[in-house]
Ligand binder design. Structure first.
Ligand code: SF4
Length: 260
């Protein structure tokens, strides 16, 4: 089987425990107004053009065998550091069968796999891939269905159905909330996210990425959103003092204690 990626990033330290290689899958069903990987949205191949005329192709096709072999080049480092491979995007589950095939090859070689997903994919695809993962970062981008539709172009009910299944699956996971000033970062929003995440769930509130607009001109596009950049990273659990799920990378979750 063949899949399409727009980046492979080695020695990643922010995408799960240990030293990791992150594979960025091309294509996403959502269009979040603050997306900082716009080159990952389209399923088609893109080209980014810098101010000096330099070009960077975005989109490369890989067979599952070739990608697994590429990702396994750092297997020794994964073993030494407790790391592994993270599938991100774009939306990796938009190429669910391909990710499942690569993950099977990695796991057969003893490499652990993590997933970063919006959860905005059909339930069958979500379950097929998540059940192969050692850890999942599940995004929650907005807690209000109308706001989610407006800012991201999606159906929140689909995300919540997948989250409900994830909660009962036994797969270790954390919820991630990308905080966007003026969109979802009020204290009332924070409380709503914690309620949606559910009791005892590790929740990371990620700061707005002020570099998000930078890639859009390189794709000949305008950045859809211009909020005030900069919100502090906070983490929380529901309820306060809940314990992280087994396998939760502790250095990333619960860093700042419960929300206030
Ligand atoms: S889900 Fe992620 S990749 Fe897709 S549009 Fe939103 S931020 Fe971008």
């Amino acid at each position: 089987m063949t899949g399409r990626l727009f980046e492979i990033r080695e020695f990643a330290l922010q995408d799960g425990p240990g030293v990791r290689t992150t594979a960025f899958l091309k294509g996403c069903p959502l269009r979040c107004a603050w997306c900082h990987n716009p080159e990952g949205q389209s399923f088609e191949k893109d080209t980014m053009r810098g101010g000096g005329g330099e070009e960077r192709p975005c989109g490369e096709d890989w067979t599952a065998d070739a990608l697994a072999a590429e990702l396994l080049r750092n297997a020794d480092i994964f073993a030494q550091s407790g790391g592994g491979v993270t599938f991100s995007g774009g939306e990796p589950l938009a190429q669910a069968a391909f990710v499942a095939e690569v993950a099977d090859k990695l796991r057969a070689a003893g490499v652990t796999c993590a997933l970063e997903t919006s959860g905005h994919v059909p339930e069958a695809d979500y379950r097929a891939v998540v059940s192969r993962m050692d850890f999942v970062y599940q995004d929650l981008k907005h807690h209000d269905a109308e706001a989610f539709r407006r800012w991201c172009g999606g159906d929140l009910a689909l995300v919540l159905r997948n989250l409900a299944w994830l909660r009962g699956s036994g797969v270790p996971f954390a919820v991630r909330v990308p905080c966007v000033p003026g969109v979802n970062d009020a204290s009332a929003d924070r409380e709503a996210f914690l309620r949606l995440a559910g009791p005892g769930t590790a929740v990371e509130f990620l700061p707005y990425n002020p570099a998000a607009p930078a890639k859009y001109p390189m794709l000949g596009r305008a950045f859809p959103l211009c909020p005030t950049p900069g919100t502090p990273r906070r983490s929380a659990t529901t309820p306060a003092n809940a314990s992280p799920a087994a396998g939760t990378p502790r250095k990333r979750a619960f860093r700042d204690g419960p929300a206030k």
